[in-house]
Design a protein around this ligand. Structure first.
Ligand code: SIN
Length: 539
């Protein structure tokens, strides 16, 4: 049974970028949002630290925020994109506050309580306790529901983009509950599917982060870029040593804001070690802290280091970090007294579908925004708390670009999409057997091979040798995935296998170390040869 839905703007993904795009697009036409899980199950909802914006015009400025973002990006930021981020970011955040977002207020003076995170020279992180993403998701989601801005299709996963003479006109999707195909037709498709942390054994990302949008865009012929740049968050809570290397445990992030409030890192021997690595100590750029922890773990043979909050007033810990406090307590730790075992985990993807600052890809009709898009706003390493801002600003801009104008040829096209029966005839990818039905254990095994190979070979520290080993394993897996996906799990596995190969190839190609990409065989930055973006496409 195939059904067809038509709209003016098709938004694929329901995190901050998708919701921001929806609110803007709804002013101009009919919007449909697709989410493969429930609407709030996004990386946005999980974001703890906050959203960076220079709202304090006395002690901070957009110029300072610009400079910090450019410095973190290690020579690969696009200054024009960063300028837009930091300036329009302030406007978008103010709109968010007008919509009702409740950010914490300072105890005196009536302004916002702004926190500090790694590589920021000023306090500029607005936060709602340590559940900032949840508050933003609530605010945007409520507005969309109240204003009936979009038709929301939950439990719906994109399979592939629909193309006609190189132009994207929608998506072929699977309704996960009924296992039926749905075609969504729209003159403008905006991909906002977020990141791909699930390609790694250890990740702070939710289960939905399987790189679906990037994989679909790649298969359709879109360009991707900066695929080698994966950010590893330094402090993800470590469960137990036995389990850690056996299965992919959903890890729990300990926000960088904890270090911003005075948390210190100790190695297995109880020594504070960051002074060996960077003068900014625990608030050094994220890649430096992550590699320092990795190095300490290697040297001591331990599977974690420790975050100590003993310097912070216990009452402040409970007030400022209620979610972290409660979650750690549930896992047996009172963080006002006990050190937290932490280790790095895959956290954010700087690469993705190549777009301009209006979210346009190289395929007419296809736009992308947020973590799945790459426009040089984060360069080789994203500054903490710039990700929510990115989604908010560039989701809005992508929608605006997609509306201008709904040209007469688009309107014509809207009425001349293929009919369902034509699509059925043209759909050679028969909805036939997938892997889960055949062998669920086999599917889980392939997933684990991909995740382990990526963690061990394309992880925090890479080399030609480790990358080639991973590449070989991924090729072996890919050769076994010769099936038409029939279920959500099939689709995700194929997408994970694809994005893993793209990341590994780009990491092999970039023969230098820069930002989050560290090659032990090329440990230095090499501006002469490599201060440029690597761009790939299937075509
Ligand atoms: C954190 O709270 O440490 C994560 C914030 C971010 O990734 O920007």
């Amino acid at each position: 049974m195939i059904s067809v839905e038509r709209c003016d703007f098709l938004i694929v993904g329901g995190g901050i970028a998708g919701l921001s795009a929806t609110l803007e697009a709804a002013k101009y036409g009919r919007v449909a949002i697709l989410t493969k899980s429930k609407i709030g199950e996004t990386a946005t909802t999980k974001a703890q630290g906050g959203i960076a914006a220079a709202v304090d015009s006395i002690k901070d400025s957009t110029q300072f925020h610009f400079e910090d973002t450019i410095a973190a990006g290690a020579g690969l930021c696009d200054p024009a994109a960063v300028k837009i981020l930091v300036t329009e970011g302030v406007d978008r955040v103010r709109e968010l506050i007008k919509m009702g977002a409740q950010f914490d207020k300072a105890e005196t003076g009536g302004g916002f309580a702004l926190s500090l995170e790694g590589a920021h020279k000023r306090r500029r992180i607005l936060h709602a306790g340590d559940a900032t993403g949840k508050e933003i998701q609530r605010t945007l989601g409520t507005k969309i529901v109240e204003e009936k801005s979009a038709k929301i299709y939950q439990d719906t996963i994109g399979i592939d983009l629909l193309l006609d003479t190189g132009r994207c006109y929608g998506i072929k999707a699977l309704d996960i509950k009924s296992q039926s195909l749905k075609y969504f037709l729209a003159p403008a498709t905006i991909i906002t599917t977020g990141g791909l942390g699930q390609v790694y054994l250890h990740t702070t990302n939710p289960e939905v982060a399987t790189g679906d949008g990037i994989a679909m865009a790649w298969r359709a012929g879109a360009e991707v870029t900066d695929m080698e740049f994966v950010q590893f968050h330094p402090t993800s809570m470590v469960q137990s040593a036995e389990l850690r290397d056996l299965v992919a445990i959903p890890q729990f992030l300990i926000s960088e804001a904890v270090r911003g409030e005075g948390g210190v890192l100790l190695n297995d021997r109880g020594e504070r070690f960051m002074e060996k690595y960077h003068s900014a100590l625990e608030l050094a750029p994220r890649d430096i802290v992550a590699r320092a922890i990795f190095q300490e773990m290697r040297q001591t043979g331990a599977d974690c280091v420790y975050l100590s909050l003993k310097q912070i007033d216990p009452e402040k810990i409970k007030k400022r970090f209620p979610v972290i406090y409660k979650t750690c307590l549930e896992r047996g730790l009172d963080i006002s007294k006990d050190n937290i075992p932490v280790a790095p985990a895959a956290h954010y993807f700087m690469g993705g579908i190549k777009t301009d600052t209006d979210g346009k890809t190289n395929l007419p009709g296809l736009y992308a925004a947020g973590e799945c898009a790459a426009l040089g706003v984060h360069g080789a390493n994203r500054l903490a708390s710039n990700s929510l801002l990115d989604g908010l600003v560039f989701g809005h801009r992508a929608a605006l670009a997609a509306t201008s104008p709904l040209s007469s040829s688009d309107v014509h096209r809207r009425n001349s999409f293929p009919s369902p029966s034509e699509m059925e005839r043209g759909d050679h990818s028969e909805h036939k057997r997938g892997m889960v039905g055949e062998d669920d254990i086999e599917l889980q095994r392939f997933k684990l091979i991909i995740k382990s190979a990526m963690w061990n070979g394309t992880g925090i520290v890479r080399s030609k040798e480790s990358l080639n080993r991973t590449k070989k394993m991924l090729e072996d897996v890919a050769s076994r995935l010769d099936y038409e996906p029939a279920t959500k799990e099939d689709i995700e596995l194929k997408n994970l296998a694809l994005v893993a190969r793209l990341i590994t190839q780009a990491a092999l190609d970039r023969q230098e170390s820069r930002g989050a990409h560290f090659r032990s065989d090329f440990p230095k930055i090499d501006d002469l040869n490599w201060q440029r973006h690597l761009i790939y496409s299937a075509g």
